[in-house]
Write a protein of this length. Sequence first.
Length: 279
Amino acid sequence: MNRPVVVGVDGSPPSLVAAEHAAQEAVWRSRPLHLVHGYLHPLGYGVPINPYEVGLPAPSEDGRKMLEQTATELVDRWPSLTVEVRQVAGGPGATLVEESRRAELVVVGSRGLGGFAGLLLGSVGTQVAAHGHCPVLVVRPPDRPLPTDGPVLVGVDGSESAELAVGHGAEEAVRRGGSLLLVHVSGERDVDGEQLLAMAAAATRGSHPGLTVEERVITGRKADEALIEASEQAALVVVGSRGRGGFAGLLLGSVSQALVHHSRCPVLVAHPHAAEHAV
């Protein structure tokens, strides 16, 4: 299946920056790019005025023009890119979560139209990051250009979720021609943690020969604070959907949530693809 890279676009500056990141990811992955605009009915939630009326509200002309202009600009920049544009009658968050079932990657901006200035991540980004059925790239800060310097950063804690994040991080580092930085954070010196880090690094070097893999142990700090600070020098942070000790009902662990909201660089939430959930 040639899963596309999907990005939500609403015309806001953060969503247009997200579209640039999505285009670059699509080129790196040799995948098509789908620009999706989820729109609501004027009275809200896509519900017709007359309850007996059959059918969905029509897409807007302004939405079509915005999507086509964005697509044209992206193809001008990346001529090899294949772009499809589509308007979907529904809330943007729910639309992108549904799109994620068939996507290689979903990309969201830090804040879209209608977002309150005080919110670090808009409701759409929060919803997709938590509920996505494939990896979700949260582009933040919203006005930062495509990062070119710094390693791909992954926190290692021994959880299955972190193991998945390490795999995605290694693949991203290879695509970018960069290095991978594996970090273990502990409140005190942790021999078991150092061993986990060494094992993860050795396994990654074995599966990705030629990739530069660095290890770093940070002690005396909270994991979220340490990783947020480390993200200042990174091109990308990759996090698992749930960390060690997380409650089963939580879709995002506390450290992942903190990075999604406060990271100094884009964050990839390493949800498994929908097909990978199947038994």
